[in-house]
Design a protein around this ligand. Structure first.
Ligand code: PPS
Length: 296
């Protein structure tokens, strides 16, 4: 892998009003026409909000006991296909999802709500949306874009933060994403809106809520096994969960499982940046009821 020639970093462009890169639009016809199944579970997030954590939890809940070999042989991105991805190092997400033999299928997406294939709505599929506060989300995304050759160059932190505020990120505006999904929750009863901060504060409590949403009733012992297996330090060491098998990510720059904390933004934002961000945030979020915590 070390000497592999990497393609140049992709450029952002406008796609139906959302900033995107070609890796997530090249396969658009198949994404748009994707046929969901009624028992599919969609894990939807803005990038870096805790997708992998929740994907791993769901995978353990459904298949941890019945298919233990998955734990040692199948990386998370093959267990939970990334619907819109088309990276050429793997088959496109739609194909991986079509080939999944498990039931239910767990499928990951970063699409804003308006771009989700309509089949998921027609079948009234269960959806778990994970959201993370904007400041930590921006910091995590910055480090990810530094190490991930398949995303545009992040540039310096100050410029990056401005771009984040302008919504010029892969998958568009964080503000539109979290509020768009929040609004949809009001009409789609099968949408569980989960906060990263709540997961960090009390994973056991959030696991209980998740199980009740999914209609699962694992034993206390089983729940503890899932909670333990999905702890940050455990996942960070687990090559099937930590993305270390992906050649386009340079962990020498920054690991995928980086810190896993709430409040790391304080190590990145200057006082001036934080004040400007908060001011702008109030304006952008004035019409929504969704509330985030930047500390726990
Ligand atoms: S991606 O690329 O969009 O799928 O990334 P995503 O998985 O959504 O987000 C990665 C961040 O989630 C953190 N993470 C965790 N935090 C706490 N506990 C667990 N188990 C866990 N697993 C992943 C990961 O460290 C990234 O956040 P940062 O702040 O960069 O550490």
């Amino acid at each position: 892998m070390e000497n592999m020639e990497l393609p140049p970093r992709p450029k952002l462009f406008d796609f139906h009003g959302v900033s995107m890169i070609h890796h997530f639009t090249d396969n658009w016809e198949n994404i748009r026409n994707f046929q969901a199944r009624p028992d599919d579970i969609l894990i939807a997030t803005y990038p870096k909000a805790g997708t992998t954590w929740v994907s791993y939890i769901l995978d353990l809940l459904y298949f941890g006991q019945t298919a233990p070999e998955r734990q040692t042989s199948l990386p998370i991105y093959e267990r939970v296909p990334f619907l819109e991805s088309d990276f050429h190092i793997l088959p496109p997400g739609t194909e991986l999802a079509d080939k999944l033999s498990t039931s239910p299928r767990l499928i990951k997406t970063h699409l804003p709500v308006q771009l989700v294939p309509k089949s998921f709505w027609e079948h009234n599929c269960r959806i778990v949306y994970v959201a993370r506060n904007a400041k930590d989300n921006a910091v995590s995304y910055f480090h990810f874009d530094r190490m991930n050759q398949a995303h545009p160059e992040p540039g310096d932190w100050n410029n990056y933060l401005q771009r984040f505020m302008d919504g010029k990120m892969v998958f568009g505006s964080w503000y539109d994403h979290v509020t768009g999904w929040w609004e949809r929750k009001q009409t789609h009863s099968k949408l569980h809106y989960l906060f990263y901060e709540d997961m960090v504060e009390d994973t056991g409590r959030e696991l209980d809520r998740l199980c009740s949403f999914l209609g699962l009733s694992p034993s206390a012992e089983e729940k503890e096994r899932v909670r333990g297996g999905a702890q940050f330090d455990t996942m960070k060491k687990n090559s099937m969960a930590n993305y270390s098998t992906v050649p386009i990510m340079d962990f020498k720059i920054s690991p995928f499982m980086r810190k896993g904390k709430v409040g790391d933004w304080k190590n990145h934002f200057t006082v001036a940046q934080s004040e400007q961000f908060d001011e702008d945030y109030k304006k952008k979020m004035k019409n929504t009821t969704v509330q985030f915590r930047t500390v726990v």
